[in-house]
Design a protein around this ligand. Structure first.
Ligand code: COA
Length: 214
């Protein structure tokens, strides 16, 4: 099922210029509906809601309120009828040509109706215009379906992604890990979730190169 999403002025659909968050409102392509995708930092209140929910999730390591509030590139899916956010996506642009789609998150009551796919694909329509390569680590089967439907190539684990490539190994084990772990918040959450939820954080890896997004 695909739920049509009304794209906000900050995210004109199919526009290569959409990476610029400002600009005139885009003409809607379809009748207005309840959901709007916006590229913007979360408010402190929204960040508090999302970090509190993610703290209860054994499968997501976690990003700090500061990262949600402007330190990272974030998209929010707004439920306009209820004047609240239905979910959000956080992108971590790493040094070099890689970026990580680090979190795709919907509040529980919004799951199971295709909004996760809309959130990821809507963000990718903007992000892939920059020509970067995108990484996605995940463990949920829903996410695997959404990722492969969005053009990601899926690897069973980090070893399969590296598969004998010294460059990929250097990137993943050194460059990526150093940037990803450079967060006291994340280190603390990983330790807590391993202890409280026995989280193994055994992730599959999705890779999207320019031109692969749908
Ligand atoms: C992961 C998440 C974003 C998915 O969004 P969603 O809108 O709830 O996704 P849907 O329920 O529409 O399911 C997506 C796909 O998974 C499929 N799916 C549902 N249950 C499934 C299952 N048990 N096994 C395999 N696939 C399943 C759906 O059929 C759908 O595929 P389709 O569109 O081809 O039919 C959302 O569930 C979420 O926020 N979860 C918590 C956070 C999280 O774990 N994020 C991922 C890591 S960053």
């Amino acid at each position: 099922m695909s739920v049509p999403v009304q794209y906000g002025s900050s995210l004109p659909r199919n526009s290569s210029a959409a990476s610029a968050p400002q600009g005139p409102p885009a003409a809607p392509e379809s009748p207005p509906n309840h959901f709007e995708l916006q590229r913007r930092p979360l408010t402190a209140e929204e960040a508090d809601q999302i970090t509190r929910s993610i703290r209860d999730s054994p499968n997501i390591t976690g990003y700090s309120p500061r990262e949600w509030c402007g330190r990272r590139d974030t998209f929010v899916l707004v439920d306009r009828s209820r004047r609240r956010i239905a979910g959000a996506l956080l992108t971590h642009h790493l040094a070099g040509t890689w970026s990580e789609i680090a979190v795709v998150f919907l509040f529980e009551e919004y799951r199971g109706r295709g909004l996760g796919r809309e959130l990821l694909q809507g963000a990718l329509r903007t992000l892939t215009a920059t020509g970067r390569r995108y990484l996605l680590f995940f463990s949920s089967p829903h996410m695997e379906r959404i990722a492969s439907a969005s053009g990601f190539r899926i690897y069973a684990d980090e070893a399969a992604f590296v598969a004998g490539s010294a460059r990929r190994k250097l990137f993943l084990k050194v460059i990526y890990k150093a940037q990803w772990l450079a967060s006291v918040y994340r280190l603390r959450e990983i330790r807590r979730k391993r202890a409280e939820f026995s989280s193994a954080f055994d992730f599959k890896v999705g890779v999207l190169t320019t031109g692969g997004a749908k």
